[in-house]
Design a protein around this ligand. Structure first.
Ligand code: UD1
Length: 433
């Protein structure tokens, strides 16, 4: 299991580039199931979850190829050869977003067998809303032996009102609706930019969609979709994580290759916390900070403050003067990073879905353990300002969703060493950057 050895105390200075959005890439790859033609995707990040999805599609008979280009790489997916519409547990258990293949498989093959994803570190994460929506579109779904077995001659358009806003639920049903017979009206949809990104790809494939990225989405079903070439948007969570890295280290960082229009809530909160934010253009933003002050956050669906930025923001709050109240409204049990931050010296009290952070705390180096993707980022950020040399263990969680995270941070002055061997003597760590 890889770990990072991080020496804290360096302000991050320079320019750091954001990769493609993992959470757009995952549904976009699943969308390729909907056509027999080639779908070419650019800006797919090289992270573990994407590799898992590649394996998942390949296990169903699809061809997925990474073509290296002089200027850009592209992922080419061909589902003409799709022969086995089964998402096996061995693959699904490592990535909950695998449920995104359910809708497209029923729409394309009329049948699907998808392993139930099970719980995960940040709560139960059910998929009942995906199932209910597909049933409303005419699918017959039974749950047996840990698998969902779904069947439908042809899905038919329906009126779907989500009880609760769900990102992948909206995406899954959108992919089902584009090939359904007739019109679908979906209300209380997720407004996340990743939904709009997926809809833009589907439209390029010939789908008829209106309103994606708003709460109400209308789809007119078509009989077939064709291939398309599409460039995935930059990752707003990676961009936000870098903004916090710049602010927490008292640095001067330009976050480039991002989409600043997706960063509104995070930038506003960082300004409230005393950072100076200068939007340099549609795709780049500069962050500087010297003194940080407490500011409360409350996670919400987009365009509110993202739950995927809560853990990283908490690391920042440990360095801010005063008391910050952090409310987690989207997921239960998403405070796994708290105990680890406390071990580094943070003063945090949790009461149900709220955490109170008193700062600034003097963080000192410690050995800490990642519990999930965004918690990993939080611990790395804390280690960047902790005195001495911290060890952040189990960074495989981080590798699920951040592309070359430590390399990018090293490029702007962080001192991070990845150790691939748990038993490697600590003295062998040579600090780069
Ligand atoms: C997506 C993101 C994840 C992000 C989350 C919230 C991807 C691949 N992942 O996850 O990074 O943290 O949005 O922004 O895009 N729920 C139900 N029933 C369902 C579905 C969801 O009760 O059928 C609940 C969940 O338990 C949770 C809430 O709805 O409390 C939101 O979850 P959802 O938006 O579905 O999260 P994901 O799409 O899994």
């Amino acid at each position: 299991m890889d770990k990072f050895v991080i020496r804290g105390g360096n302000p991050l200075v320079g320019t750091i580039r954001v990769s493609g959005a993992k959470n757009s890439a995952l549904p976009s790859m699943a969308a390729a199931i909907l056509t027999e033609d080639e779908v070419t995707l650019e800006n797919i990040p090289n992270v573990r979850d994407i590799e898992t999805e590649r394996l998942l599609l390949a296990s169903m008979g699809a061809e997925v190829e990474l073509r290296k280009g002089e200027l850009k790489d592209r992922t080419v997916i061909n589902c003409r050869t799709l022969s086995d519409p089964v998402a096996r547990y061995e693959i699904v258990k490592t990535m909950r977003a695998s449920s995104l293949v359910l809708g497209p498989l029923i729409a394309r093959a009329g049948v699907a067998r998808v392993a139930m994803p099970g719980g995960c570190a940040i709560g139960g994460r059910p998929i009942d809303l995906h199932i209910r929506g597909l049933e409303k579109m005419g699918a017959v779904i039974v749950q047996e032996h840990g698998y969902l077995e779904a069947r439908a001659e042809r899905l038919r358009g329906a009126h779907i009102v989500f009880d609760k806003i769900t990102v992948t639920g909206t995406e899954d049903l959108l992919m089902a609706a584009v090939l359904a017979e007739g019109d679908t009206l979906m209300e209380n949809c997720a407004r996340e930019p990743e939904v709009a990104d997926l809809a833009a790809l589907l439209s390029a494939m010939g789908a008829q969609i209106e309103g994606a990225g708003t709460a109400t989405v209308r789809v007119r079903g078509v009989t077939t979709l064709h291939g398309a070439r599409y460039r995935i948007n930059p990752d707003r969570i990676e961009a936000g994580t870098f903004l916090i890295a710049g602010a927490i280290t008292g640095g001067d960082l330009i976050v480039a290759n991002c989409n600043t229009s997706h960063l509104g809530a995070v930038m506003a909160k960082l300004e409230e916390a005393g950072a100076r934010i200068d939007v340099l253009g549609p795709d780049s933003v500069r962050v500087r900070a010297s003194e940080l002050r407490a500011a409360d956050i409350s996670t919400e669906e987009y365009p509110g403050f993202p739950t995927d930025m809560q853990a990283q923001y908490m690391a920042l709050a440990t360095q801010a003067e005063g008391v910050s109240l952090i409310r987690e409204n989207i997921f239960e049990n998403r405070f796994m990073h708290v105990q680890e931050l406390v071990r580094m010296g943070a003063n945090i009290k949790v009461d149900g879905s709220a955490a109170t952070v008193r700062g600034p705390a003097r963080l000192t180096s410690a050995a800490v353990m990642c519990s999930d993707l965004r918690a990993s980022a939080s611990l790395v950020l804390a280690a960047l300002v902790a005195e001495g040399e911290s060890i952040v263990d189990r960074v495989y969680h981080m590798d699920r969703g951040y592309e070359r995270f430590e390399e990018k941070l090293i490029g702007v002055g962080a001192q991070i060493q990845r150790l691939g061997n748990v038993f490697a003597p600590k003295e062998s760590a040579v600090f780069a950057g």
